[in-house]
Design a protein around this ligand. Structure first.
Ligand code: NAP
Length: 504
């Protein structure tokens, strides 16, 4: 039997059992995101037995590439991304599921041509992933609607950039809402697919030791750092429109902030979690023209190094002057009962010395200095990148005697390496999954807890818009920092003003 007839007989089987056949339609299936992340994620899910046997994978793009050339392109991308993790036989099983359709989002026959390939919607359970520029979401959702491919249980995955401010974000959300109600719109923030980010929820709510201390009475401040060593590369055209505030802070850093600061949800259902995240976003004290200079630092990399590579600096790469920031640091405050008095410092930037994603929870000092020397306050460090580990610094008495008879104290870290901890019985450590694997699997299963709800995106934009508008009035030009250093000096002044330092 040919591969196509195997698929057809599986669809017939699905129909006879009354079960809808699952179909994953990846619009933009030849693009960078699809080839680097999405097809490799699906291939790994397939290898690990997570995909339904009859799941079909449809790629759509304008390019009229032949079936064989498409399979070759996807196979090369999966092989490159998966490396040693790819097992014999995976590619064959995986690519047997694939079909590429050359279709333009503006082609009014789009829906009819797709249905000619996959069949009538009442027999199908379709997940659309729109991996294209958001400017195509409107025509694509119109095509899906016209063809009647939008009815439940069908759903859609979209990915950032979801606008560059609240107004443009609403336009994008509205264009998708034409075809899909909110419960079937899956907005990806790929940070939410990372193991350690999910582990933040477990760390907070599956342990009793932290939660009683998780408040302004015990926590002095929190630092969230996402640093990259690379510059903007071939994304400069896109990046220049957005900058670090809109590209990184509005989504990834604010999502981390929400998970750290939210109240315990009533359960782990999508809405329980997301209701709590929205409350955090709505409790953020506004930053605007009146206080933006005190509460933010804005930088742009100049000449220096991106990793080992000597670079000319952002404006030289662009070839014209630019006011876009490649670095942002800010002090956020959450005006609620739990957090009033605790500062949350967020920073992210490009061309920094290390690639790190890290959260530092800095506890307050002991109330009374019982020992001669000052006790270093406890510090919980949760590192997501490059390694996934958690460490808690606790004070100890250093062994031995001292001439003045005082106890000598020393901070030591209780450390947990997640990769080693789950490497029991001498087995190979678990493969580090691509964040998209979990998110795609959740979308296939219809679980949207790790996706971002519309009111979350809009609350985040409403807050970020205040900062962007404040910058326009009060802080038009970012401060230049040499590429390869820790960002502009104003980022250090931001903490210095409060008597604090970054955890570099
Ligand atoms: P890309 O490399 O430019 O790919 C775009 C895809 O859309 C291609 O397959 C393209 O194929 C297809 N396409 C373009 N116009 C079309 C049309 N009129 N009808 C149907 N298909 C069309 O972009 P990308 O980097 O993959 O990014 C896709 C989206 O994800 C963008 O919004 C991007 O900002 C976002 N994103 C990307 C990354 C990343 O790492 N790349 C990360 C986060 C978010 P044809 O030209 O053949 O039609």
């Amino acid at each position: 039997m040919s591969d196509r007839s195997v698929t057809e007989s599986k669809s017939a089987e699905s129909r006879s059992t009354g079960r809808r056949q699952p179909v994953f339609v990846l619009v933009g299936g030849t693009g960078d995101l699809a080839l680097r992340m999405l097809w490799p994620s699906l291939a790994m899910l397939d290898q690990d037995g997570f995909l339904a046997e009859d799941l079909r994978l449809i790629s759509i793009a304008r390019e009229a590439i032949t079936h064989d050339a498409f399979i070759e392109r996807v196979s090369a991308a999966v092989t490159k991304r998966s490396g040693d993790a790819l097992e014999d036989g995976t590619l064959k099983t995986f690519t047997d599921r694939l079909t590429h359709l050359p279709l333009d989002a503006y082609d009014t026959e789009w829906g009819a041509k797709l249905k000619a390939e996959i069949g009538e919607p009442e027999n199908l359970d379709i997940v659309f992933f729109l991996s294209t520029s958001p400017s195509l979401f409107k025509p694509l959702c119109e095509r899906i609607l016209e063809a009647g491919l939008n009815a439940a249980p069908n759903r859609v995955i979209i990915e950032k950039p979801l606008g560059r401010d609240l107004a443009t974000s609403k336009v994008i959300n509205d264009s998708v809402a034409v075809a899909f109600d909110e419960s079937r719109v899956f907005r990806i923030d790929h940070y939410l697919g990372k193991e350690t980010v999910q582990n933040l929820i477990a760390l907070r709510f599956a342990n009793t030791v932290f939660e009683p201390l998780w408040n302004a009475q015990s926590i002095d401040h929190v630092q969230i750092t996402v640093s990259e060593t690379v510059g903007t590369g071939d994304r400069l055209g896109y990046y220049d429109e957005y900058g670090a505030l809109r590209d990184m802070l509005q989504n990834h850093l604010l999502q981390l902030l929400c998970l750290l600061a939210m109240e315990p949800p009533a359960g782990l259902s999508a809405d329980s979690l997301r209701d709590e995240k929205v409350k955090v976003l709505k409790s953020l004290k506004p930053i605007n023209a009146s206080n933006v200079l005190q509460n933010t630092a804005r930088g742009q990399y100049g000449p220096g190094y991106a990793g080992d590579e000597k670079i000319a600096g952002y404006e030289a790469e662009k070839g014209s002057p630019s006011n876009t920031e490649t670095f942002v640091a800010l002090k956020a405050e959450i005006a609620n009962w739990r957090w009033s008095g605790t500062a949350f410092y967020l920073r992210t930037g490009k061309c920094l010395p290390t690639r790190t994603t890290e959260v530092v929870i800095q506890f307050r000092p002991v109330p009374h200095a019982l020992f001669g020397t000052e006790a270093t306050p406890n510090r919980l460090v949760i590192r997501l990148q490059p390694d996934e580990d958690i460490s808690l610094t606790v004070m100890n008495k250093a062994p031995g005697l001292s001439a003045d008879g005082q106890q000598q104290l020393q901070p030591l870290a209780l450390s947990l390496s997640l990769i080693n901890a789950f490497n029991g019985n001498g087995n190979k450590p678990p493969r580090r999954r691509i964040a998209y694997e979990r998110l795609i699997l959740d979308a296939l299963n219809g679980n949207n807890a790790a996706f971002v709800r519309r009111d979350e995106v809009e609350a985040a934009w409403a807050w970020v818009d205040g900062i962007a508008e404040g910058w326009e009035k009060a802080y038009p030009k970012p401060q230049i920092y040499p590429a390869g250093t820790n960002g502009p000096t104003s980022a250090y002044t931001l903490l210095d003003r409060d008597g604090r330092v970054w955890n570099d």
